[in-house]
Design a protein. Structure first.
Length: 248
């Protein structure tokens, strides 16, 4: 894992957005689809803001982009403001020219009995595009990437999981109370993420310093699923100074 420390999240996010934009332009020139794995949460918001600016002011087109989001809360639909599909429309999709048919997000409303089939289909759809060219990630304080909580295996695929208590606590701000946070979610697996050709993981602020250290310097273990990124040959861990504080 290659650590890259920036003064602040703003500066770092612009650089990450420019890498994504360059990839979109390169793929578009070659007449190929650009397959992006996208994340929600607070970490990628400034990256999306810069991508929107590049679209509006510098002609960056998303018509060739196919996106696959990492995860969705189980039980939430696009009308729910806390759902990740709502988030993605609000923070990116509604402001760029991505084609609606090229947007993919795990379906939080799939009936329980069809969930495993829906997850297999999600994996197959990613494969049908030749895999993810680029995966953007945040990191949870439990060491989750996507919603691969502690216990997740290195070769795990898209599936339904139970959210860790700490994750529910950290995400409760978006809901009326902790009791309203869904306890389950659908997430791409660690294995799905590791198959991406390039991975960029973001962390901002002191609250992430401890998990950043464990991820980069700790022993690889399913107790901290993000450590599995150590197996990947092209991962950049992009962080601000506060998040880098505990690195040796
Ligand atoms: C979001 C996701 C999660 C978040 C993580 C960090 O799609 O998969 O892994 O990236 O929980 O969240 P923030 O960025 O809000 O600190």
């Amino acid at each position: 894992i290659h650590s890259e420390v920036f003064t602040d999240a703003e500066e770092a996010s612009v650089i990450v957005a420019h890498e994504i934009a360059a990839l979109i332009r390169y793929k578009t020139e070659k007449n190929e689809k650009c397959v992006l794995g996208l994340a929600t949460g607070s970490s990628p918001i400034k990256v999306y803001k810069e991508l929107i600016r590049l679209h509006k002011e510098e002609g960056l087109s998303f018509r060739n982009v196919v996106s696959f989001n990492l995860d969705e809360y189980y039980g939430l639909a696009k009308e729910d403001v806390q759902s990740y599909i709502y988030f993605m429309h609000h923070h990116l999709f509604d402001h760029v020219d991505i084609l609606p048919e090229n947007i993919n997000i795990p379906d939080g409303k799939a009936p329980f009995e069809f969930m495993s089939e829906a997850c297999t289909q999600y994996e197959e759809k990613i494969e049908s595009y030749g895999g993810l060219d680029f995966q953007l990630l945040g990191i949870g304080r439990t060491g989750h990437i996507g919603f691969n909580e502690p216990g997740s295996k290195i070769n795990s695929t898209t599936r339904m999981i139970t959210l860790d208590h700490l994750t529910i606590q950290d995400n409760a701000f978006a809901f009326d109370s902790m009791a309203d946070v869904p306890t389950k979610a659908v997430t791409m697996g660690v294995g799905t993420i590791l198959k991406a050709k390039r991975v960029v993981i973001l962390a901002w602020g002191m609250k992430k310093a401890e998990i950043v250290k464990k991820t980069v310097e700790g022993e690889m273990s399913s107790n901290v699923p993000a450590t599995f990124l150590q197996e990947h040959s092209d991962v950049s861990f992009v962080m601000d100074e506060s998040a880098s504080q505990q690195l040796t």
